[in-house]
Design a protein around this ligand. Structure first.
Ligand SMILES: NC(=O)c1ccc[n+]([C@@H]2O[C@H](COP(=O)([O-])OP(=O)(O)OC[C@H]3O[C@@H](n4cnc5c(N)ncnc54)[C@H](OP(=O)(O)O)[C@@H]3O)[C@@H](O)[C@H]2O)c1
Length: 333
């Protein structure tokens, strides 16, 4: 099959639309004819040799895809050949076909374009597992989402507001903030001009001044300010380390407000069992997917490019001009 090859590690130019081994569905897996692949920051890191796939996962880039089921592995009963789906992967989306556990597959609702659906699995699973399952998101809370215009941020704003929370976002431009407001954010912070701690502490969370939940992508650079911005009983959930991996945690500040710091990732979770991809996907399907089927939560796609232009897609994501996700089209529907 055609698949993305890496000629060594390095810049976007190391990617070449070449050939890869044909996957076959193992027991409990389905084979998907890929229509589109979502692009994630993790792909850029893997291309640079900084984020190797977990043991046993495909070496081919790509953590999410959409497409049509082409074949069922033994033991798969819930899916049919021809179903329009999207899926959370541990790798392998930048290819014509991919095999994935059936428990990581989600149906694409009628009326939703398959290319747009490729933008959903990674954001949906990351946001649901962190905001809802880890931090216990509920109505009335104040949620601070760093990078509101990111692929993750644009989805997180919609999930949090739909569950009745008030959303504060940071972004690097007023244009992005205006678009975050259209998605439901109500406290808009241009991090180049204002200190998010001051702004958020002037707001009231359920626990008191500050944010009840912070979804963080900056890691070390924001660690102490995030703790300062937490409301009493608040949860800081770190999912990205764009500002470095090692920071100093002021335990007295955290302890004084009975706060919690979490740090999680999706890719290395087990396929099944407690805290697994299967468990999260099942919750996403049961509790989030109806809102997607009804169009109340929408995939935000900044650009769709052909897979042969993957290098340009990576350059786009590496810049700061994107709002939402970038997807790569592998074949027409
Ligand atoms: N742990 C997990 O399982 C998991 C899963 C998926 C993604 N992630 C992480 O989540 C993050 C977002 O991923 P993505 O694919 O959605 O990335 P993306 O679309 O490329 O977005 C990156 C964002 O970072 C923002 N940013 C840069 N500097 C900032 C600052 N100082 N303060 C606030 N925001 C800043 C940018 O906003 P401006 O352009 O406005 O500056 C941009 O929107 C990444 O760090 C990724 O690694 C983690």
């Amino acid at each position: 099959m055609r698949a993305m090859e890496l000629n060594g590690v390095g810049g976007p130019e190391v990617m070449e639309w070449g050939k890869g081994p044909d996957p076959a569905p193992a027991h409990g897996e389905v084979l998907i004819d890929v229509v589109a692949a979502g692009v994630n920051r993790a792909d850029l890191l893997q291309r640079r040799g900084m984020y190797p796939p977990p043991a046993g996962a495909s070496e081919i880039l790509g953590l999410e895809c959409s497409g049509v089921i082409a074949e069922l592995g033994d033991g798969v009963r819930d899916w049919r050949v021809g179903d329009r789906v999207c899926a959370l992967l541990s790798g392998g989306a930048y290819a014509e076909r991919v095999a994935v556990p059936a428990t990581q597959v989600l149906p694409v609702p009628d009326g939703l374009d398959l290319a747009a659906a490729a933008a959903l699995p990674e954001a949906a699973v990351t946001v649901w597992s962190n905001l809802v399952m880890t931090a216990g998101l509920h109505a009335g809370q104040l949620v601070l989402i760093h990078g509101g215009g990111s692929g993750i941020g644009t989805h997180a704003i919609q999930v949090a507001t739909r569950r009745g929370a008030r959303v504060a976002v940071t972004a690097g431009s007023d244009e992005k903030l205006a678009r975050c407001a259209e998605l439901g954010a109500s406290v808009l912070i241009n991090y180049r001009e204002r200190d998010f701690v001051e702004v958020v502490r002037a707001e009231q969370g359920l626990g008191g001044p500050g944010a009840d939940i912070i979804l963080d992508i900056m890691g070390a650079a924001y660690l102490s300010r995030n703790v300062d911005a937490l409301a009493p009983h608040g949860h800081l959930v770190v999912i990205g380390m764009q500002g470095g991996v090692k920071g100093e945690l002021n335990l007295a500040a955290l302890l004084g407000k009975w706060g919690t710091v979490h740090a999680t990732n999706v890719r290395n979770r087990p396929a099944v069992g407690t805290g697994s991809k299967a468990e999260i996907v099942a919750q996403v399907r049961g509790q989030l997917w109806p809102a997607i089927a009804e169009g109340q939560i929408v995939p935000v796609v900044h650009a769709e490019l052909p897979i042969t232009e993957a290098a340009e897609a990576h350059r786009l994501l590496d810049g700061s001009g994107t709002f939402g996700k970038v997807v790569l089209r592998v074949r027409e529907e």
